[in-house]
Design a protein around this ligand. Structure first.
Ligand code: SF4
Length: 338
């Protein structure tokens, strides 16, 4: 039985029609689930008993569960237990301009980025669409806030779970569900080139972020195995094509690792690599964990790197750090629990 939160409205309409039910019932179901927030099919009072029976017999309305929440003043980190007992995380953050949530797309991750806590636990399986949708519903209900923006940057590589992630984006973007504007949704990839090309042809206005983390292949291969499959020249060519086709700016995520990718020379190489591209660099202070060999760059080094990029004409920001007191690094809460 497929979970009802796996469905875009269009998918549900098609399935109803195929089974001899009215297309309109999909709008009613969506209204109960996403507007009235009623999840018991027996309470769908404007749908007749026979149709409710059909829904109950053919769709699951089950929910994943919140297992644990760690809180700091500007952040809530959720550990969820899935129906098969697997665990994933999501992080809700409070900004001046609203709330954002970072959701997971897989249980574990096979991309093996060396600095990443999530990547230490190999991929067990892809998340189904409903498991991504429900991270938002549960976090929003727990915190009693509307979620304004969504980043798919938690555990997992979204483009390694492409179809489910695309359906997830369509659902949360639907004005009849959560109405999260496409420009408030960001999907982050470590650089799976064929999927970037597929994504650009969808014509969505969703933001794309690339986990770049190095200015050349030599360093990138040391910290990100994906660089062996798709060298930087291929990646950058695909991104230039993406920018031309979509007219959208790309975010380049760059985690600052002490002595690895934070030298003055790296800043020069990075600015040469990105010159003329409609992209900006988001420098990320590394969240040190107990298990891993990497250290965070000092604040002075980050400032110097920032200044060099800026002077060389590259748009750059430093990502604000959330939740110093909690297990804020992606995957940290889950790996602590395992
Ligand atoms: S950084 Fe992202 S892609 Fe790389 S191992 Fe971690 S979760 Fe996977």
């Amino acid at each position: 039985m497929r979970n009802i939160f796996n469905y875009t409205k269009e998918m549900l309409e098609n399935e109803f029609i195929q089974n001899g039910y009215k297309k309109f019932m999909a709008s009613q179901v969506f209204d109960w689930l996403y507007q009235k927030k009623v999840y018991d099919v027996n309470l769908f009072s404007n749908i007749n008993v026979n149709n409710r029976e059909y829904l109950g017999n053919n769709y699951s309305f089950d929910f994943i569960k919140i297992e644990k929440v760690e809180e700091d003043e500007d952040v809530k980190k959720f550990l969820f237990r899935l129906l098969d007992g697997q665990k994933i995380e999501a992080v809700l953050m409070y900004h001046d301009y609203g709330t954002s949530i970072c959701v997971s797309s897989q249980v574990g991750c096979n991309m093996g980025c060396k600095f990443c806590e999530s990547g230490r636990l190999k991929k067990v399986r892809n998340l189904e669409t409903y498991e991504m949708v429900q991270q938002i519903i549960l976090a929003s209900e727990y915190a009693k806030v509307r979620i304004d923006s969504v980043v798919i940057m938690g555990i997992g590589e979204p483009f390694d779970n492409y179809d489910n992630v695309m359906n997830f984006i369509k659902i949360i973007n639907d004005p009849k569900t959560m109405a999260i504007g496409a420009r408030h949704i960001t999907v982050s990839t470590c650089g799976i080139v064929p999927k970037i090309k597929e994504f650009m042809n969808l014509g969505l206005q969703v933001n794309l972020a690339i986990s770049l983390h190095a200015p050349n292949d030599e360093i990138r291969k040391k910290i990100m195995p994906i660089a062996n499959a798709y060298p930087l020249t291929e990646l950058i060519d695909a991104l230039k094509e993406y920018i031309t086709k979509t007219n959208r700016r790309i975010t380049m995520e760059y985690v600052m690792l002490d002595g690895i990718n934070d030298s003055e020379q790296c800043a020069h190489e990075l600015s040469d690599l990105l010159r003329g591209m409609n992209a900006y660099v988001n420098l990320i202070a590394y969240n040190e964990t107990n298990n891993i060999e990497f250290k965070a760059s000092s604040k002075e080094t980050i400032d110097r790197f920032f200044d060099t990029l800026k002077k060389r004409g590259i748009e750059v920001t430093v990502r604000r750090k959330f939740g110093n007191k909690i297990s804020a690094a992606c995957g940290q809460l889950r790996s602590k629990e395992m």
